[in-house]
Design a protein around this ligand. Structure first.
Ligand code: PGA
Length: 245
């Protein structure tokens, strides 16, 4: 599974160029889940272009709000369904740090979505927590929202160390593998479904380092920010994942 997170980037022109660049580089495969989360306002434009170019790429959103109604600036689950999105990212560290997203809110959003969308649930420790050897403790705390939850195939976790996002720094592939194994163990023992979830890695993944992460046993794909903004770079990463580079 590979998901592009465009964050607060993009324009109609950028998307047009992106699709062209992606198509020129991408070696088609229908074997795994490929998705893009553009800004809300560009969802329909992207969907039209993907469809027009016959690209089998799903599209989704970077967040949803807890309900509709008097919540200026928000986007509800109903609206996301209305635009026929396939997935939502939930709990991204930028939502937690800039907009004060809490475990409680995240839990409400997971309840709300249930099985109606695929979910990419993000967790990750800060630089300071990492430095103080608190990574597993922090992740365990973030994973508490999954306690006694019945998880199904629509649920995926993205491990994104905050200090690796957009910085060009990453843990080693071995460290990532160990943490993914830990996450899978925690979720298997705490969810009521005893699910071993898919775990993506996110944080400064690019076309040069992607292979080293994908080689690890417990890495089930990637969530990609910066390097996904260029259609050709993103296609190269997808080709690497696909074993065709
Ligand atoms: P990055 O972002 O690839 O630019 O580090 C990843 C993310 O925040 O999802």
């Amino acid at each position: 599974m590979i998901i592009a997170n465009w964050k607060c980037n993009g324009s109609k022109k950028m998307i047009h160029d992106w699709v062209k660049e992606f198509k020129d580089t991408y070696i088609s495969s229908n074997e795994f889940y490929l998705g893009i989360a553009p800004s809300y306002i560009h969802v329909e434009h992207l969907a039209d272009l993907l469809n027009f170019n016959d690209l089998d790429i799903k599209y989704g959103v970077q967040n949803i709000d807890l309900s509709n109604g008097a919540r200026t600036g928000a986007i509800s689950l109903d609206m996301v369904h209305d635009m026929e999105c396939s997935f939502s990212i939930i709990g991204h560290s930028e939502m937690r740090n800039i907009y004060g997203e809490t475990n409680e809110n995240i839990s409400g959003k997971l309840d709300l979505i249930d099985k109606s969308l695929d979910i990419i649930f993000c967790i990750g420790e800060s630089a300071e927590e990492n430095f103080n050897d608190k990574t597993k403790e922090v992740l365990k705390n973030q994973l508490m929202v999954l306690n006694d939850r019945y998880l199904t195939k629509n649920f995926t976790i993205a491990y994104e160390p905050v200090w690796a996002i957009g910085t060009g720094r990453t843990p080693t592939p071995e460290q990532i593998n160990e943490i993914h194994n830990f996450i899978k163990d925690v979720v298997q023992s705490s969810s009521s479904s005893n699910t071993v979830p898919k775990v993506l890695y996110g944080g400064s993944v690019n076309e040069n380092n992607a292979q080293s992460f994908f080689n690890e046993n417990f890495v089930d794909g990637a969530l990609i920010g910066g390097a996904s903004l260029n259609g050709s770079s993103f296609a190269k990463i997808v080709n690497v994942y696909n074993g065709i580079d």
